[in-house]
Design a binder for this molecule. Structure first.
Ligand code: AMP
Ligand code: MG
Length: 339
């Protein structure tokens, strides 16, 4: 059994390279391990230790509210009180959960923020990762049901003992948007935020040029970029099988779990990348589209305004939404754009 090591996680921030930003701009990237991943902030103007502190303090604050893997966070308190009593919800928890539930509805339950018991049963990304017995999977699945989550003005109640929220599919997107708010408040116009591969390219690279973001090899944890795209003021978020996984008996098991089967979602996809001006939407959509698979996933993104996506299949075919056609630059010619 092999699990994802912190070293592999260290490589995730390389997933989307800001390839050419160092040519004309200089900055001192700051990296810290927060929210279960390596977070890097690159400010290309008005850098200051004070601003870095403000940004990372906010990230730690969000971790202390949203983490399902740390004791005494708001989400952990809600989980511990499942089946017993409603818990006061922080505004961040409520805001994120409400958005998550919209995706549960639009994906017909594939995206489910009450996935916690199943995530814990698989333990993917921990040293205990292993294929659980069918009995354990069935038990965990009996506790996963987003329609049972009860939200009032400022409380959240999970009515069944053992139910658990897990906002891991959406929290980093929220966090990236929060950092952008801080940057805007300080009038910072150029920055790259990379929260474990959840990237926000804030502003433009120069007054006239957009950022170039590399999309890395979806099969390799430390992969080189295989495609790139030019963007400004947008988030680029990828969900894929390489991010957290383990191997058992020659088969790879990844961390995006299908609440219908209880197993990692199985389809033709290696990864889905979403480009959107909202990082929380990009994060929720990347996980959702991966769960839905190529056809339904593309349909979901095409139906979402101002949002583009690229889907990379196991055959190295790349399918893009209409707005992204002609916009991708191929770096690795093993990849073929199909539409
Ligand atoms: P992401 O990397 O954004 O695609 O999110 C993956 C993470 O979301 C996993 O590590 C779990 O914490 C959580 N997750 C796994 N399966 C689901 C699901 N079906 N619905 C919502 N969250 C999920
Ligand atoms: Mg996500």
């Amino acid at each position: 059994m092999k699990t994802t090591s912190p070293f592999l996680l260290l490589l995730i921030p390389l997933a989307l390279l800001t390839q050419s930003c160092t040519k004309t701009l200089s900055s001192t990237p700051q990296t810290e391990y927060v929210m279960g991943t390596f977070c890097t902030v690159n400010l290309f103007e008005n850098e200051s230790p004070k601003l870095h502190t403000e940004i990372f303090d906010r990230l730690r604050e969000l971790e202390d509210i949203l983490s399902a893997n740390k004791e005494n966070t708001n989400v952990s308190e809600i989980n511990t009180a499942a089946g017993i009593f409603p818990v006061h919800a922080e505004k961040e928890t409520l805001e994120i959960l409400k958005i998550a539930l919209e995706f549960s509805t639009s994906t017909n339950g594939a995206f489910d923020p009450s996935i916690g018991p199943l995530v814990k049963t698989w333990g993917i990304g921990t040293n205990e990762a292993a294929v659980p017995s069918l009995e354990k999977i069935t038990k965990a699945l009996s506790l996963v049901d987003y329609t049972k989550i009860e939200i009032s003005d400022n409380t959240i109640f999970l009515p069944q003992k053992g139910m658990q929220l897990d906002l891991g599919a959406i929290a980093k997107g929220y966090a990236a948007d929060e950092i952008v708010k801080i940057l805007t408040k300080h009038n910072i116009k150029r920055a790259i935020i990379d929260l474990g591969g959840n990237v926000f390219a804030h502003g433009k690279k120069t007054r006239t040029k957009p950022w170039t973001i590399g999309i890395r090899d979806p099969e390799v944890a430390s992969g080189n970029p295989v495609l790139s795209v030019s963007i400004e003021n947008k988030s680029v978020v990828t969900s894929g099988i390489y991010q957290r996984n383990f191997m058992e008996n020659g088969k790879t098991y990844h961390h995006i779990l299908d609440p219908k089967t209880g197993f990692p979602a199985e389809n033709d996809l290696l990864a889905v990348t979403i480009i959107s001006s909202s990082s929380i939407l990009a994060d929720a959509l990347s996980t959702s589209a991966f769960l839905l698979g190529l056809e339904k996933g593309l349909h979901l993104i095409e139906a979402t305004k101002n949002t583009e996506a690229l889907f990379i299949t196991k055959n190295k075919d790349v399918f893009v939404t209409r707005g992204l056609q002609g916009q991708l630059n191929i770096i690795n010619t093993q990849y073929t754009i199909k539409n």
